[in-house]
Design a binder for this molecule. Structure first.
Ligand code: ACO
Length: 355
């Protein structure tokens, strides 16, 4: 049942994947969380070693994929390249039309493994650098940072990236997961369902908010400007990016963990500037919207993750695709559940009035 994939208590700020609390999940490797989501239970030591070995062995991309990435426009968001490449590579997957659970699992592992390599390859080419091959000895987070930066990452940066992927991995029937499920409900293939998820994630009201948060931080520039900026947004009736959530009417538990991670990164670098700027924005939003107007508008998953990317010197063009690297395991878990149901999702138009 899909309700077992994820549990959210939006009033108490509780989030669980497969009944494991997010606070415990962030202490695990991403591979274990990915296994939990797509297979339904946490792996034992041996199972995790085998799963990681398979996943890490599937990270590479071939010459044809490199050529396709080389033809992309390097001045746009990495999500455009990611979507294009996933569409392209499906044709070469020998299991494309094998809809058996085994065939779908093989496709799932290939997809989860290859997405970070596509994003990192695009990023390096866009910056005039030679792409780097993945390193199978590294974790999901460390390998991604290694591929974009060109050197083994600092252990804290690798830990934060790993936790970012975990915090982004699953969130029940959010817009992109719903899109993936609708595609899977027609018994279309897993690549198509993942492309649906990517297309929906990139919107600024969903995963695209992370990049917008980074732009906002640049605009605010320092803590002293937060008050004027937020009051201006409220006066113009504009949304403040990285705040508010359809389900959480309290602090988003992922937002709270991202905040701790952002603080840790800031302290480790001896540079509190971006953290202090973000916290100043948060304080004004909470004072104005929560305390004065009674609206439950708190930082969501996209707010302090944007701060983390400022410290890690990850540009906004990569922010949404990093979200996708994490979220793909959640999409796939939902697609598997949908395939088992063998029932098309076909809502009626009047239901849109409730959205
Ligand atoms: N800034 C200011 N006001 C806000 C914000 C915000 N970020 N979010 C909601 N509000 C206000 C609205 O103006 C509205 O006020 P009103 O009742 O006076 O008209 C009220 O709160 C309800 O807002 P809705 O847009 O109806 O809330 P909804 O549940 O539909 O939207 C959403 C949730 C889309 C996340 C919204 O809060 C938003 O646009 N936030 C900014 C974008 C963002 O950060 N998106 C990422 C969400 S997390 C994710 O998808 C991964």
């Amino acid at each position: 049942m899909s309700k077992n994939i994820c549990f959210i208590d939006g009033l108490e700020g509780v989030l669980k994947y497969r009944e494991v609390d997010i606070k415990e999940l962030v202490e695990l490797p991403y591979d274990a969380v990915s296994y939990l989501l797509i297979r339904g239970e946490l792996p034992g030591e041996q199972e995790l070693a085998e799963y990681s070995a398979r996943l890490h062995a599937e990270r590479g991309i071939n010459r044809e994929v490199l050529d396709i990435i080389r033809m992309c426009n390097f001045n746009i968001d990495a999500m455009e390249a990611l979507r294009t490449v996933i569409c392209f590579i499906s044709q070469f997957d020998p299991d494309l039309n094998d809809s058996s659970p085994e065939g779908n699992m093989r496709k799932a592992i290939r997809l989860i493994a290859i997405v970070p390599t596509i994003v990192a390859t695009y990023y390096r080419m866009a910056n005039g650098k030679e792409p780097l091959p993945p390193d199978p000895s590294l974790s999901h987070g460390a390998n991604f940072l290694h591929m974009i930066k060109g050197s083994k990452p600092d252990p804290l940066d690798a830990e934060v990236m790993e936790k970012d992927f975990i915090l982004s991995a699953e969130h029940e029937l959010n817009a992109s997961t719903f899109s993936s499920r609708v595609t899977a409900s027609t018994m279309s293939d897993l690549y198509s369902a993942v492309v649906s998820g990517l297309c929906t994630l990139k919107g600024p009201l969903h995963g695209g908010a992370r990049a917008e948060v980074m732009t906002m931080l640049n605009e605010v520039a320092s803590p002293e400007n937060a008050e004027k900026f937020v009051l201006g947004k409220i006066a113009q009736k504009e949304k403040i990016m990285g705040f508010g959530h359809r389900v959480y009417k309290t602090y988003d538990p992922r937002g709270a963990i991202f905040k701790q991670l952002a603080k840790k990164l800031a302290e480790s670098r001896g540079d509190m500037h971006w953290y202090a700027t973000a916290e100043a924005i948060e304080n004004v939003v909470i004072r104005e919207l929560v305390e004065k107007r009674g609206k439950p508008i708190y930082p969501n998953v996209d707010f302090y993750s944007g701060v983390i990317y400022k410290y890690m010197e990850i540009p906004p063009q990569l922010a949404t695709s990093i979200f996708a690297i994490g979220r793909i395991s959640g999409w796939i878990a939902h697609c598997f559940d949908q395939y088992d149901r063998k029932k098309i999702i076909r809502p009626r138009a009047f239901m849109l009035d409730e959205c």
